[in-house]
Design a protein around this ligand. Sequence first.
Ligand code: HEC
Length: 144
Amino acid sequence: MPRVLTALAVVLLVAAGVTAEEKPTDAFKKAMQDTANAMRTIRAAAKEIEDSGSGAQDYMPFETATATLQASFATTLAFWESRKTDDAVKLTKDAARFATDLEKAAKDTEYRLVLDAIAGLDKTCASCHAAHRVRLDDGTYEIK
Ligand code: HEC
C-alpha cells in the first residue's frame, strides 16, 4: 500500500511538473512587450505606405522594428530551448524567419511581401499565445 501511494505521488509530481504554469521573468516579459511595440510600428508603417500611394513611401521604420523583433525572439528562443518546449521553439524560429522575410521585403520595397510577412508574424503570436499563454484574473500573464 505505501508503495502504491509513493508511486501515485511520483506520478502526480511529474504531471504537475509538466503542466506547471510559471510567471515570466522580467526579460521574457520585456521581450514580449518590445515585440508588441515593434509590431505596432510595423503596422503603422504598412498603413502609411498604403495611404501614401506611389511616391513618398517610407520603408525605413521596418529596419529598426525587425531588429527589435530579432533581439526579442532570440531571448524567447533561449527560454523555450532551455525548457525543451519543442512546439514553442519551432514557433519562435518561424517568427524569426518572418521577421527576416519582412526585413528583406522592406529593403526590396515589395509591399505585398511586407504584408505576407506581417500576416505570418501575426499567426505565430496567436498560435503560441493559444498554446502557452495563460491570462490571470488580474490581467497579467503566465507561461504554460
Ligand atoms: C513561442 C511563443 C510566443 C510567441 C511566438 C509570441 N509570444 Fe507573446 N507571449 C508568450 C507567452 C508565453 C506570454 C506570457 C508571458 C508574458 O506575459 O510575458 C506572452 C505574452 C505576450 C504579451 C504580454 C506581455 C506582458 O506584459 O506580460 C504581449 C504584448 C505579447 N506576448 C505579444 C506578442 C506578439 C505581438 C507576438 C508576435 C509578433 C508574440 N507575442 C509572439 C509567448 C509567445
